[in-house]
Design a protein around this ligand. Structure first.
Ligand code: GDP
Ligand code: MN
Length: 386
């Protein structure tokens, strides 16, 4: 789950970080109410979307503090789609614009803390040249520290970092405090990513000009405050619908809808489909407790994607009973009057009974118990011209 930049900055403030003075706006009519907050001559208008690279996409504007000009620029930004190199072709809707006082930059740094799955560690990642071109920097140019859950890092790490950033020793305590606060914020809020880029050095202070926060989905049960402020309009509506029904769903760009029980089998199914050059429209794990309601919502969510041309169902009856799933599928296909071709592979616990249920249903469902040939059938269908 992502926060908007303005929400991430509110969180940073709670931990004592310095951020530019700012106000968020979602309606140009309220501009007159907040304008008096800004005394500076220059302001930065920042489109709030769940994506980076906004600067390069025209989503960050530097403007003079002039009412007419501000109004004009805000009208061109609010409620428009912003496409960046990190969004899909449709972009994301700008529901908020953050207005901030312009901060002069002496130097820009990059700081992030994230979970590095490869080395199974929380890592601090720093660059002495932050800003918009961070992606083009080679990984070698970053300073990294593996952070310890108990004490974050040692003093010598801070001294090394000071040296790496080419900062005077007077900055030691400032930098140490900065790192320890970052780490505390990361841990307290169950984050998987905290990225501050750029951190501006100005007049002996470190100022957070941008912030990206990603919260661990698995911790949502104990981060209710953060969850309550998530802007779901930033997410794809199909994924939001799937989440409501506890389905693990990821939208993909193919045309074969896919229903599988178990994440491992779902990934294996994706692999086999792509091995035979097919393209899935989604990843969907309906879990081990697949009952009729779950199957109903699985079909409903899949069919929200208009690219879906046919449906592949792959069920392994380990704990779940194949006959129960088959019953659910037959009843849902009838209930929803689904006419798209369906290929199904059902194997394991009570699969004989399941096969009878499918065969007796008189529905247009192709049954194939062999993984490879079932996959080849669905791919053949997915390529047929309608
Ligand atoms: P991003 O492109 O989505 O990462 O958005 P950022 O918030 O990082 O803004 C892009 C760039 O604009 C930053 O890397 C800065 O160089 C610049 N920028 C943003 N806010 C300010 C500001 O208040 N003062 C100055 N000087 N530059 C800013
Ligand atoms: Mn940035």
């Amino acid at each position: 789950m992502y926060l908007h930049e303005f929400q991430a900055k509110e969180l940073l403030c709670k931990y004592g970080f310095i951020v530019p003075k700012g106000k968020v706006i979602d309606n140009v009519n309220t501009l007159s109410d907040i304008r008096s907050c800004f005394s500076g001559t220059k302001l930065v208008l920042k489109s709030q979307i769940h994506s980076g690279a906004r600067g390069k996409a025209g989503g960050i504007l530097l403007v003079d503090n002039n009412y007419g000009l501000l109004l004009n620029k805000l009208e061109t930004m609010l409620n428009k789609q912003l496409v960046t190199s990190q969004t899909d072709l449709f972009g994301k809707s700008v529901n908020y614009v953050l207005i901030e006082e312009y901060v002069k930059i002496e130097r820009e740094f990059y700081f992030s803390i994230f979970i590095d799955r490869k080395i199974e560690h929380i890592v601090l990642f720093v660059s002495s040249h932050g800003g918009e071109d961070i992606e083009s920097q080679g990984l070698d140019s970053f300073f990294t520290i593996k952070l310890n859950l108990l004490y974050a890092c040692y003093d010598f790490h801070i001294r090394e970092l000071l040296y790496f950033l080419n900062l005077d020793k007077d900055y030691y305590f400032l930098l140490k405090d900065f790192i320890f606060k970052l780490f505390k914020l990361f841990i307290d809020n169950d984050l998987v990513l905290l990225e501050i880029n750029p951190v501006a050095l100005f007049n002996g202070r470190l100022i957070c000009l941008d912030a990206k926060v990603e919260i661990d989905d698995n911790a949502s049960f104990r981060q209710l405050k953060l969850v309550s402020i998530i802007d779901y309009r930033q997410k794809n509506f199909i994924e939001v619908e799937a989440e409501k029904h506890n389905l693990s769903y990821v939208l993909l760009d193919g045309n074969i809808g896919c229903i599988v029980n178990g994440a491992g089998l779902a990934m294996a199914t994706m692999d086999v489909i792509s091995l035979y050059n097919g393209k899935l429209a989604n990843f969907l794990d309906i879990g081990g407790d697949a009952n009729e309601e779950k199957v109903f919502f699985a079909f409903k969510v899949i069919l929200l994607n208009k690219n879906v041309k046919c449906i592949f169902i792959n069920i392994f009856g380990g704990i779940v009973r194949c006959d129960v799933v088959a019953d659910s599928i037959v009843s849902v296909v009838k209930r929803m009057n689904i006419v798209l071709p369906i290929v199904i592979r059902l194997i394991g616990n009570m699969s004989k009974e399941a096969i009878n249920i499918i065969n007796d249903s008189n529905l247009n469902i192709i049954l194939d118990l062999d993984f490879a040939s079932a996959v080849q059938k669905i791919i053949y269908i997915s390529r047929k011209k309608l």
